[in-house]
Design a protein around this ligand. Structure first.
Ligand code: ZN
Length: 253
Protein backbone atom coordinates (compact mmCIF):
# COMPACT_ATOMS: atom_id res chain seq x y z
CA UNK A 1 0.00 0.00 0.00
CA UNK A 2 1.19 3.53 -0.74
CA UNK A 3 -0.09 7.07 -0.15
CA UNK A 4 -2.42 8.61 -2.76
CA UNK A 5 -1.56 11.72 -4.77
CA UNK A 6 -3.99 14.66 -4.75
CA UNK A 7 -5.10 13.66 -8.26
CA UNK A 8 -5.77 10.04 -7.21
CA UNK A 9 -7.63 11.06 -4.07
CA UNK A 10 -9.77 13.47 -6.05
CA UNK A 11 -10.54 10.73 -8.60
CA UNK A 12 -11.49 8.29 -5.81
CA UNK A 13 -13.78 10.93 -4.32
CA UNK A 14 -15.43 11.63 -7.69
CA UNK A 15 -16.10 7.92 -8.30
CA UNK A 16 -17.26 7.46 -4.72
CA UNK A 17 -20.01 10.07 -5.02
CA UNK A 18 -22.18 7.47 -6.76
CA UNK A 19 -20.99 4.49 -4.73
CA UNK A 20 -22.04 2.65 -1.59
CA UNK A 21 -19.87 2.91 1.55
CA UNK A 22 -18.41 -0.57 0.92
CA UNK A 23 -17.51 0.37 -2.67
CA UNK A 24 -15.92 3.62 -1.47
CA UNK A 25 -13.76 1.79 1.07
CA UNK A 26 -12.62 -0.71 -1.57
CA UNK A 27 -12.14 2.05 -4.15
CA UNK A 28 -9.77 3.94 -1.85
CA UNK A 29 -7.83 0.81 -0.98
CA UNK A 30 -7.78 -0.30 -4.61
CA UNK A 31 -6.14 2.99 -5.60
CA UNK A 32 -3.60 2.75 -2.75
CA UNK A 33 -2.94 -0.98 -3.14
CA UNK A 34 -2.61 -1.10 -6.92
CA UNK A 35 -0.33 -4.14 -6.71
CA UNK A 36 -3.10 -6.28 -5.22
CA UNK A 37 -6.10 -7.75 -7.07
CA UNK A 38 -9.46 -6.15 -6.17
CA UNK A 39 -10.88 -9.60 -5.24
CA UNK A 40 -8.17 -9.94 -2.60
CA UNK A 41 -9.03 -6.55 -1.10
CA UNK A 42 -12.75 -7.39 -1.07
CA UNK A 43 -11.98 -10.65 0.75
CA UNK A 44 -10.00 -8.95 3.55
CA UNK A 45 -11.76 -9.23 6.88
CA UNK A 46 -13.62 -6.03 7.76
CA UNK A 47 -11.10 -5.33 10.53
CA UNK A 48 -8.10 -5.83 8.26
CA UNK A 49 -9.71 -3.56 5.64
CA UNK A 50 -10.38 -0.88 8.27
CA UNK A 51 -6.83 -1.17 9.64
CA UNK A 52 -5.57 -0.33 6.15
CA UNK A 53 -8.08 2.51 5.77
CA UNK A 54 -6.89 3.98 9.06
CA UNK A 55 -3.28 3.83 7.85
CA UNK A 56 -4.25 5.46 4.55
CA UNK A 57 -6.11 8.15 6.48
CA UNK A 58 -2.99 8.75 8.60
CA UNK A 59 -0.82 9.10 5.48
CA UNK A 60 -3.37 11.44 3.86
CA UNK A 61 -4.40 13.80 6.66
CA UNK A 62 -2.03 13.03 9.53
CA UNK A 63 -2.17 11.26 12.88
CA UNK A 64 -4.73 13.44 14.64
CA UNK A 65 -8.46 12.93 14.08
CA UNK A 66 -11.08 15.39 15.24
CA UNK A 67 -14.73 14.53 15.53
CA UNK A 68 -17.82 15.80 17.31
CA UNK A 69 -20.34 13.95 19.46
CA UNK A 70 -23.43 14.97 21.38
CA UNK A 71 -23.70 13.95 25.03
CA UNK A 72 -26.76 11.68 25.51
CA UNK A 73 -27.09 13.01 29.07
CA UNK A 74 -27.19 16.81 28.69
CA UNK A 75 -27.00 17.39 24.93
CA UNK A 76 -23.65 19.18 25.11
CA UNK A 77 -21.69 19.11 21.84
CA UNK A 78 -18.22 17.69 22.44
CA UNK A 79 -15.19 18.02 20.25
CA UNK A 80 -13.19 14.79 20.32
CA UNK A 81 -9.55 14.68 19.42
CA UNK A 82 -7.99 11.27 18.86
CA UNK A 83 -4.77 9.90 17.51
CA UNK A 84 -4.80 7.12 14.94
CA UNK A 85 -3.00 4.97 17.52
CA UNK A 86 -5.99 5.38 19.91
CA UNK A 87 -8.17 3.80 17.24
CA UNK A 88 -6.01 0.77 16.63
CA UNK A 89 -7.64 -2.13 18.41
CA UNK A 90 -5.95 -4.46 20.81
CA UNK A 91 -2.71 -4.31 22.78
CA UNK A 92 0.43 -3.16 20.97
CA UNK A 93 1.73 -6.71 20.65
CA UNK A 94 -1.39 -7.93 18.86
CA UNK A 95 -1.53 -5.09 16.36
CA UNK A 96 -1.16 -5.72 12.70
CA UNK A 97 -1.80 -9.44 12.99
CA UNK A 98 -5.56 -9.98 12.78
CA UNK A 99 -6.78 -13.31 11.43
CA UNK A 100 -7.09 -13.35 7.64
CA UNK A 101 -10.70 -13.56 6.43
CA UNK A 102 -9.93 -16.67 4.41
CA UNK A 103 -8.71 -18.45 7.53
CA UNK A 104 -11.40 -20.58 9.11
CA UNK A 105 -12.16 -20.53 12.81
CA UNK A 106 -13.70 -23.33 14.82
CA UNK A 107 -15.76 -23.25 17.96
CA UNK A 108 -17.23 -25.89 20.26
CA UNK A 109 -20.27 -24.94 22.27
CA UNK A 110 -22.11 -27.76 24.07
CA UNK A 111 -22.88 -30.46 21.52
CA UNK A 112 -22.32 -28.07 18.62
CA UNK A 113 -19.15 -27.82 16.60
CA UNK A 114 -18.98 -24.99 14.09
CA UNK A 115 -16.50 -23.85 11.46
CA UNK A 116 -16.77 -20.30 10.13
CA UNK A 117 -14.80 -17.40 8.67
CA UNK A 118 -14.66 -13.68 9.41
CA UNK A 119 -17.04 -11.28 7.62
CA UNK A 120 -15.52 -9.34 4.71
CA UNK A 121 -16.59 -6.47 2.42
CA UNK A 122 -18.49 -8.82 0.11
CA UNK A 123 -20.62 -9.95 3.05
CA UNK A 124 -21.34 -6.35 4.04
CA UNK A 125 -22.25 -5.46 0.45
CA UNK A 126 -24.56 -8.48 0.13
CA UNK A 127 -26.23 -7.62 3.41
CA UNK A 128 -26.80 -4.00 2.41
CA UNK A 129 -28.13 -5.02 -1.02
CA UNK A 130 -30.45 -7.78 0.18
CA UNK A 131 -32.26 -6.03 2.99
CA UNK A 132 -31.41 -2.39 3.58
CA UNK A 133 -34.14 -2.12 6.23
CA UNK A 134 -33.45 -5.46 7.94
CA UNK A 135 -33.47 -5.55 11.72
CA UNK A 136 -30.21 -6.08 13.60
CA UNK A 137 -31.30 -9.70 14.30
CA UNK A 138 -32.06 -10.40 10.63
CA UNK A 139 -28.74 -8.89 9.55
CA UNK A 140 -26.85 -10.96 12.15
CA UNK A 141 -28.63 -14.15 11.02
CA UNK A 142 -27.86 -13.51 7.39
CA UNK A 143 -24.21 -12.69 8.15
CA UNK A 144 -23.91 -15.93 10.11
CA UNK A 145 -25.39 -17.86 7.21
CA UNK A 146 -22.82 -16.38 4.81
CA UNK A 147 -19.85 -16.90 7.11
CA UNK A 148 -20.73 -20.38 8.33
CA UNK A 149 -18.56 -23.00 6.66
CA UNK A 150 -20.12 -25.96 8.43
CA UNK A 151 -21.87 -26.91 11.67
CA UNK A 152 -22.50 -30.23 13.42
CA UNK A 153 -24.65 -31.17 16.33
CA UNK A 154 -23.44 -34.38 17.91
CA UNK A 155 -21.83 -35.30 14.59
CA UNK A 156 -24.93 -34.50 12.46
CA UNK A 157 -24.68 -31.61 9.96
CA UNK A 158 -26.96 -28.66 10.77
CA UNK A 159 -27.66 -25.37 9.00
CA UNK A 160 -27.09 -21.83 10.28
CA UNK A 161 -30.79 -21.39 11.10
CA UNK A 162 -30.71 -24.47 13.35
CA UNK A 163 -28.04 -23.06 15.65
CA UNK A 164 -29.43 -21.92 19.00
CA UNK A 165 -29.04 -18.21 19.92
CA UNK A 166 -26.28 -18.91 22.47
CA UNK A 167 -24.15 -20.63 19.80
CA UNK A 168 -24.76 -17.78 17.34
CA UNK A 169 -23.78 -15.35 20.09
CA UNK A 170 -20.59 -17.33 20.87
CA UNK A 171 -19.67 -17.18 17.16
CA UNK A 172 -20.24 -13.40 17.10
CA UNK A 173 -18.01 -13.01 20.17
CA UNK A 174 -15.26 -15.13 18.60
CA UNK A 175 -15.49 -13.14 15.35
CA UNK A 176 -15.09 -9.86 17.27
CA UNK A 177 -12.08 -11.24 19.18
CA UNK A 178 -10.40 -12.47 16.01
CA UNK A 179 -11.01 -9.23 14.13
CA UNK A 180 -10.97 -6.45 16.76
CA UNK A 181 -10.59 -3.58 14.28
CA UNK A 182 -13.95 -4.47 12.66
CA UNK A 183 -15.86 -2.71 15.42
CA UNK A 184 -14.25 0.21 17.18
CA UNK A 185 -16.01 1.73 20.16
CA UNK A 186 -14.91 5.02 21.70
CA UNK A 187 -15.28 5.48 25.45
CA UNK A 188 -16.52 9.07 25.77
CA UNK A 189 -17.00 11.22 28.81
CA UNK A 190 -18.91 14.49 29.04
CA UNK A 191 -16.98 17.19 30.94
CA UNK A 192 -20.21 19.17 31.48
CA UNK A 193 -22.34 16.52 33.25
CA UNK A 194 -19.97 13.58 33.81
CA UNK A 195 -22.01 11.15 31.68
CA UNK A 196 -19.94 8.32 30.17
CA UNK A 197 -20.97 6.37 27.09
CA UNK A 198 -19.68 4.23 24.22
CA UNK A 199 -19.91 5.47 20.64
CA UNK A 200 -19.07 3.42 17.55
CA UNK A 201 -16.35 4.80 15.30
CA UNK A 202 -16.49 3.99 11.59
CA UNK A 203 -13.25 4.85 9.78
CA UNK A 204 -14.89 4.55 6.35
CA UNK A 205 -17.54 7.23 6.92
CA UNK A 206 -15.15 9.44 8.92
CA UNK A 207 -12.44 9.35 6.25
CA UNK A 208 -15.03 9.78 3.49
CA UNK A 209 -16.43 12.96 5.08
CA UNK A 210 -12.93 14.36 5.41
CA UNK A 211 -12.13 13.54 1.79
CA UNK A 212 -15.32 15.37 0.71
CA UNK A 213 -14.34 18.51 2.66
CA UNK A 214 -10.78 18.33 1.29
CA UNK A 215 -11.96 17.76 -2.32
CA UNK A 216 -14.28 20.77 -2.28
CA UNK A 217 -11.50 22.97 -0.91
CA UNK A 218 -8.93 21.73 -3.45
CA UNK A 219 -11.35 22.19 -6.36
CA UNK A 220 -11.89 25.76 -5.13
CA UNK A 221 -8.12 26.28 -5.15
CA UNK A 222 -7.87 24.87 -8.67
CA UNK A 223 -10.61 27.26 -9.76
CA UNK A 224 -8.87 30.30 -8.26
CA UNK A 225 -5.43 29.40 -9.65
CA UNK A 226 -6.66 28.33 -13.07
CA UNK A 227 -8.72 31.52 -13.40
CA UNK A 228 -5.77 33.72 -12.47
CA UNK A 229 -2.83 32.00 -14.10
CA UNK A 230 -4.42 29.79 -16.74
CA UNK A 231 -2.60 26.73 -15.35
CA UNK A 232 -3.92 23.24 -16.06
CA UNK A 233 -5.81 21.31 -13.40
CA UNK A 234 -3.24 18.49 -13.39
CA UNK A 235 -0.36 20.93 -12.87
CA UNK A 236 -2.15 22.65 -10.00
CA UNK A 237 -2.97 19.29 -8.36
CA UNK A 238 0.67 18.23 -8.68
CA UNK A 239 1.75 21.16 -6.51
CA UNK A 240 2.04 20.71 -2.76
CA UNK A 241 -0.82 22.18 -0.70
CA UNK A 242 1.67 24.70 0.66
CA UNK A 243 2.68 25.94 -2.78
CA UNK A 244 -0.96 26.24 -3.91
CA UNK A 245 -1.68 28.31 -0.81
CA UNK A 246 1.36 30.51 -1.49
CA UNK A 247 0.04 31.44 -4.96
CA UNK A 248 -3.50 31.95 -3.65
CA UNK A 249 -2.13 34.36 -1.04
CA UNK A 250 -0.32 36.25 -3.80
CA UNK A 251 -3.56 36.59 -5.78
CA UNK A 252 -5.27 37.99 -2.69
CA UNK A 253 -2.43 40.43 -2.00
ZN1 ZN B 1 -23.27 15.80 29.27
Amino acid sequence: MRALSAFELLSAWERGLSQTPVERALGLLGAACDDEPPEGLAALSVGERDTRLLTLREWTFGRQLTSVARCPGCGEQLEISLSAADLRAGPAGARGAPAAASESLTLKAGEYEVKFRLPNSLDLAALAARAPAASVEEAAASLLERCLIGARRGGEAVGASELPPEVAEAIAVRMAEADPQAEVELALNCPACGEGWQAPFDIESFFWDEIGTWARRVLGEVHVLASSYGWRESDILNMSARRRQFYIDLIGA
